[in-house]
Write a protein that binds this ligand. Structure first.
Ligand SMILES: Cc1ncc(COP(=O)(O)O)c(C=O)c1O
Length: 494
């Protein structure tokens, strides 16, 4: 294009409206209407928990909508929104469908998603007060309140907003390293993989692994390991990481006993309560995380048992001074004279710079539901898991691994080989019938349902089990299906 033609094209082209200001809402309204229609129509076309056909079908369908990725002439907002959101929705694994229950993949509450829209429209960035005057005050109050839930008896607990459990665990190891130098982490065989990765990222020794033969950390083995480390000449600084709600089975390590062992051996404790932490809000289930407040840091994820759209992670510490190591100076964001004049210094609240106001949707949810509303969602979800376990027990052809601690239920058709379990899971995916996870426990492969949908009914659970039993029969009669399965890998935590 010549310079002249380019100038003509750019000057005649309308500038797309912005989302903020007084004119933003009027510009957004028709676009949101288009988005909502596309979401509705796409879900209707999918008509199930995920699209049928596997990657060979889903990828070309998505590519048809996306081609060309960068056209010379744009197609316009409504067309682009309709086409891409429609295709994405049609091809989604939708946790709002009760048969989409593989992972700690939450169905977000409509009100939290609506609040997230405001976060996108206003776009406060949480790295300096002049980009987020009210949002930074909201985040400060929310994190103080959440930290007080975890550490009710501490005078000045604090918390950071993170992108999730992975980042919160990384920060926990980083803070321990900054307190003590190269700490030796000790974690259960049931720990989330992000602990090992965090140690690797931070240049720490690889974690020592404590066996978890029953799904939770073995206390005798932990005691032995801590004794050995304690006796090392020079004294190695140790950080034990325990899990409250394991990825594979949803079990909770014996937190109070682990805290007591740590105190005896002079070790610090981090608790990864990414999954189980929100049980604190439920008077019925709170006792399961007793001992959480004895940790030097606690990870929580409200995009799991808190029904937030990703991301909504939290790292809580018992005193705000524990976060001092994160202080960082970048004069364009936190000039000393600005800080002295009273502008809050936000840079030490994260390792990130530009940062979304994820606190908004969490705060809106807590305000809207209150403690009782959140507790009700938690209780319903845990109750659904118990209903599923009861149904499994009553179904002669299916074995239950154990009664759920939170909302994870492992089951397998009686006498099925691991090969058959893998095939059942993948066939359900390929047919678009259900999304179930898989986990290795007691030396065998199990189907895993991680229930997070508070709308799940006994009818849904029955349907899920019927799908599995019918498929187990079909596979045993049809070797062609089972020949496509692999059986060697274990579980793949998210
Ligand atoms: C116990 C546990 N910790 C940490 C994580 C990581 O959380 P995120 O995916 O939010 O980073 C998970 C994810 O499922 C988890 O189950």
């Amino acid at each position: 294009m010549s310079t002249h033609a380019l100038r003509r094209a750019t000057t005649s082209m309308p500038i797309p409206p912005l989302a903020g200001g007084t004119t933003g809402p009027a510009a957004l309204r028709p676009l949101i209407d288009t988005v909502l229609t596309a979401l509705h129509d796409g879900a209707r076309r999918r008509d199930g928990p995920l699209p049928a056909g596997g990657p060979d079908t889903v990828t070309p369908q998505l590519r048809t909508a996306l081609r060309p990725v960068i056209p010379d002439q744009g197609t316009g907002a409504h067309h682009a929104l309709t086409t891409l959101i429609g295709a994405l929705t049609e091809g989604a694994a939708d946790p709002a469908d009760p048969l989409c229950a593989a992972h700690l993949h939450t169905p977000p509450l409509a009100l939290a998603a609506a609040a997230d829209l405001a976060a996108s429209a206003l776009n406060p960035s949480m790295d300096s007060w002049d980009q987020a005057p009210a949002a930074s005050a909201l985040e400060a109050d929310l994190t103080t309140a959440l930290a007080a839930e975890v550490y009710p008896h501490r005078t000045a607990p604090d918390a950071l907003v993170t992108t999730g459990g992975t980042e919160a665990n990384q920060l926990a190891l980083l803070l321990a390293r900054e307190r003590h130098g190269p700490v030796q982490t000790v974690s259960g065989a049931n720990a989330h993989h992000s602990i090992t990765r965090a140690a690797w990222l931070l240049g720490l020794p690889a974690p020592l692994t404590i066996p978890a033969p029953t799904g939770v950390m073995d206390l005798t083995a932990l005691d032995d390991t801590l004794t050995r480390l304690h006796e090392r000449p020079g004294g190695t600084p140790v950080l034990v990481t325990a899990t409250a709600g394991t990825t594979d089975t949803g079990q909770i390590d014996p937190l109070a006993e682990i805290a007591a062992l740590c105190a005896t051996h002079g070790a610090e404790l981090h608790i990864d309560a990414a999954y189980g932490g929100p049980l604190l809000f439920s008077p019925t289930h709170r006792n399961k995380v007793h001992g959480l407040d004895r940790a030097h840091s606690v990870t929580l994820d409200l995009h799991k048992l808190g029904w937030q759209p990703a991301s909504a992670g939290i790292l809580a510490v018992p005193h705000h001074h524990h976060l001092d190591a994160l202080h960082h100076h970048a004069p364009y964001l936190n000039a000393d004279d600005d800080t002295e004049a009273g502008l809050p210094d936000l840079l030490g609240r994260s390792l990130r710079t530009t940062r979304r106001p994820d606190a908004l949707k969490i705060a809106v949810t807590l305000q809207a539901l209150g403690r009782t509303g959140l507790a009700d969602l938690i209780d319903r979800t845990c109750a659904a898991a118990h209903q599923l376990a009861d149904l499994v027990i009553k179904t002669p052809a299916i074995d239950l691994y154990d009664h759920p601690t939170i909302s994870t239920v492992l089951f397998r058709p009686t006498d099925a080989t691991d090969h058959t379990i893998a095939t059942i899971r993948r066939t359900l995916l390929t047919r678009g019938h259900a999304v179930l996870g898989r986990t290795r426990a007691n030396g065998r492969l199990w189907l895993k349902a991680t229930l997070l949908n508070p709308h799940t009914t006994p009818h849904d659970l029955r349907e899920l089990l019927d799908l599995v039993t019918h498929l187990a029969t079909e596979i045993s009669e049809n070797t062609e299906i089972s020949d496509t399965a692999e059986t060697t890998e274990g579980s793949t935590p998210r």
